[in-house]
Design a protein around this ligand. Structure first.
Ligand code: SF4
Length: 182
């Protein structure tokens, strides 16, 4: 078990190096750090707690925290996709935190989904949370989850630790029950 304090210290040191701040909400921060901790234990590297990982290093390399998209997202929106790292003005509450679009290229997401034993479907928020469906899984312990706060939909075994769209906590996710007609 990787100590959560080690995960925290690593994030704090990285934030200091780049002049960022960690999310000031203690509970929210704890959820993100635990997500990183769990992903590191599961995959051997701390993949992003807001994104579906393939479990294979090469396709996941760009989403190992801090991901390739952190710096451009902080520069443009003030936070990273998960709102773990942020600029000072957002940390101090002078600028509101807003949902930010996924910067990870769709082809990289698709590549990860193609080899993932865990994830085959992603969703975008919009009219009716349109689903983009990938290859079907061999075994289906996974299910659809939706965020009760913003409607984001994801297909996986467990809901994400943090909603990547509205930053709601895992508790805000509920399963979508599918019933066959006919
Ligand atoms: S979005 Fe934030 S938490 Fe997720 S990998 Fe990037 S830097 Fe880490």
């Amino acid at each position: 078990m990787i100590p959560i304090e080690k995960v925290r210290q690593r994030a704090e040191a990285d934030a200091r190096t780049y002049g960022y701040f960690l999310n000031p909400d203690p509970e929210f921060l704890k959820d993100l750090l635990e997500g990183l901790q769990r992903n590191e234990e599961r995959y051997g590297y701390p993949s992003c707690p807001c994104r579906i990982a393939s479990g294979k290093l090469e396709p996941d390399r760009d989403i190992i925290c801090p991901c390739d998209y952190r710096d451009p997202d902080v520069a443009e929106y003030g936070t990273c996709y998960c709102a773990l790292y942020m600029r000072k003005d957002l940390y101090e509450g002078k600028t509101p935190i807003v949902p930010i679009p996924e910067r990870r290229p769709p082809e990289k997401q698709a590549r990860a989904y193609a080899v993932s034993p865990e994830a085959t479907t992603s969703a975008t928020v919009g009219e009716g949370a349109k689903l983009k469906t990938g290859a079907q899984p061999a075994e289906l312990k996974k299910q659809l989850w939706y965020c009760k706060q913003c409607g984001y939909v994801v297909f996986r075994e467990d809901p994400p630790y943090i909603c990547p769209i509205c930053k709601a906590k895992r508790e805000m996710f509920a399963p979508i029950e599918l019933t066959a007609k006919g």
